[in-house]
Design a protein around this ligand. Structure first.
Ligand SMILES: [Zn+2]
Length: 312
């Protein structure tokens, strides 16, 4: 069995939403309740997240935005609500990925799942967007590089394209960004032709998928297309934007992935941790979307169970 860290803190519940908002604290309450009722709860290594330092956030976000969002309250855009404690929750969400990466580097764990909110992949360097305040995965990737993981491979299977993450690493050849997403769909980016800019050209790989795409399409991509890309890039760590709004029961999108499909995607991703040699690459999952509470919690349970058991 693999050493799998699970990062969660009640601070994430203090990021409150107006009534009816899909990105609610209930998402994490349901995930934790479901995992606690499963035997694997005792096999996970439970880790308290840390609060990300300003210095680490500013590797990704500009100072003006950091200062603005620190005190901002209300609707930042029509989707993104910022409550009294949202900024604090966002610091811990980004800090979870940081803590997970650091624990991997120390060998305390081999893989991690960060059950966090607010999510991150739509957040741009200079603004919140699409329920996201700080780009958790991007902050984690930069921190990973700071502590010696030179090359980072980011895999984003959320149903929405991670515009923020793509733009942050657009011109960077040390961070690879791979995304599958419904297209056309929010936020409108993620065409196949978007492949990075300047020296980052060739280090962004977008697979836009028509509505109705299903387990078969995703299994092919995650088992046939993705592993050779990881092998060629030869990363030191993999970080995953895990968005479960690809699930067939999700209310915000129209991609038809079943529970078994989720399992196959996770298996494909974990197979990538073995492609670069004898030792297994560290792999950190960070929660993004997923808005049907039952589908979301079942999907996370499947993910962590694969992370524990999948040893090839
Ligand atoms: Zn999403």
């Amino acid at each position: 069995m693999k050493k799998v860290g699970f990062l969660y803190d009640d601070v994430f519940l203090k990021h409150e939403m107006p009534p009816g908002h899909p990105e609610s604290p209930q998402r994490l309450i349901k995930i934790v309740e479901t995992l606690k009722n499963a035997p694997l709860w005792n096999n996970l290594i439970h880790i308290r997240p840390r609060r990300a330092e300003q210095e680490d956030i500013l590797k990704v976000h500009i100072k003006d935005y950091y200062e603005n969002i620190k005190t901002f309250k209300g609707f930042y855009d029509p989707d993104t609500y910022v409550s009294q404690h949202s900024f604090e929750a966002a610091l811990f969400a980004a800090g979870s990925v940081i803590e997970a990466v650091e624990r991997c580097s120390k060998g305390d764990i081999e893989r991690a799942f960060c059950a966090v909110r607010p999510p991150g992949h739509h957040a741009e360097t200079d603004r919140a967007m699409g329920f996201c305040i700080l780009n958790n995965v991007a902050v984690g990737a930069r921190y990973a590089q700071k502590i010696g993981f030179k090359k980072v491979f980011i895999i984003d299977f959320d149903v929405h394209h991670g515009n923020g993450t793509q733009h942050i690493f657009d011109d960077d050849d040390s961070v690879y960004y791979f995304s599958t997403h419904q297209y056309p769909h929010y936020p409108g980016t993620g065409r196949k032709q978007e492949q990075g800019i300047h020296k980052g050209t060739g280090y962004t790989f977008n697979i836009p998928l028509r509505q109705g795409s299903d387990d078969r399409d995703y299994t092919k991509i995650y088992h046939d297309t993705l592993p050779p890309l990881v092998k060629t890039f030869d990363p030191d760590i993999i970080i995953v934007s895990a968005g479960y709004d690809i699930h067939i029961r999700d209310p915000l999108s129209d991609i038809h992935i079943s529970n078994e499909g989720i399992r196959n995607i996770v298996k494909g991703i974990l197979s990538c941790t073995y492609v670069t040699g004898s030792s297994c690459l560290p792999c950190v999952f960070a929660l993004e979307g997923g808005y049907n509470l039952t589908a979301l919690s079942e999907s996370v349970l499947i993910t962590v169970s694969e992370m524990l058991e999948n040893t090839y």
